[in-house]
Ligand binder design. Structure first.
Ligand SMILES: [Zn+2]
Length: 141
């Protein structure tokens, strides 16, 4: 269905690894104090050093909480309704993201989710992709 689009590009460079599986979010880890930061950045917000190293997180985490969005926030170009959730990764960082589910009906706190790459919106013949959390019990292989 999406083969017609000219180009598939990430909404922002450096947020996630997306060209090959498994997909993972790109973070910075401070080699001085161990602080984890997403999105990646050069300065540690905790100890103010520049000793950040880039790492790719595990592709799976635990959905801690979530909510449904029915009115698009300013600047949002995707479709509504949609859901967002906070996922805790094994490395010890919690990151907010969109889930693949349109409503919260199929979401349960504590369920395992996987980072997948999906359409954020389409504009000027370009498909912009972003990371989303997909429950692993709904995997579409
Ligand atoms: Zn630090």
């Amino acid at each position: 269905m999406l083969e017609n689009f000219k180009e598939r590009v990430p909404v922002k460079e450096g947020l996630f690894s997306w060209s090959k599986e498994p997909h993972g979010l790109i973070i910075s880890k401070c080699s001085t104090c161990g602080e984890l930061v997403f999105p990646k950045q050069e300065y540690c917000p905790e100890c103010c050093t520049e000793t950040m190293e880039t790492e790719i997180l595990s592709s799976k985490g635990i959905l801690k909480c979530f909510t449904g969005i029915t009115a698009p926030p300013p600047g949002y170009k995707g479709t509504v309704p949609y859901t967002v959730g906070i996922v805790e990764f094994p490395e010890g960082i919690r990151i907010l993201g969109i889930t693949t589910e349109k409503t919260v009906d199929s979401l349960v706190p504590g369920m395992e989710v996987e980072v997948v790459i999906d359409t954020a919106f389409v504009e000027d013949d370009q498909e912009f992709v972003t990371f989303k959390y997909q429950p692993t019990n709904m995997r579409r292989d």
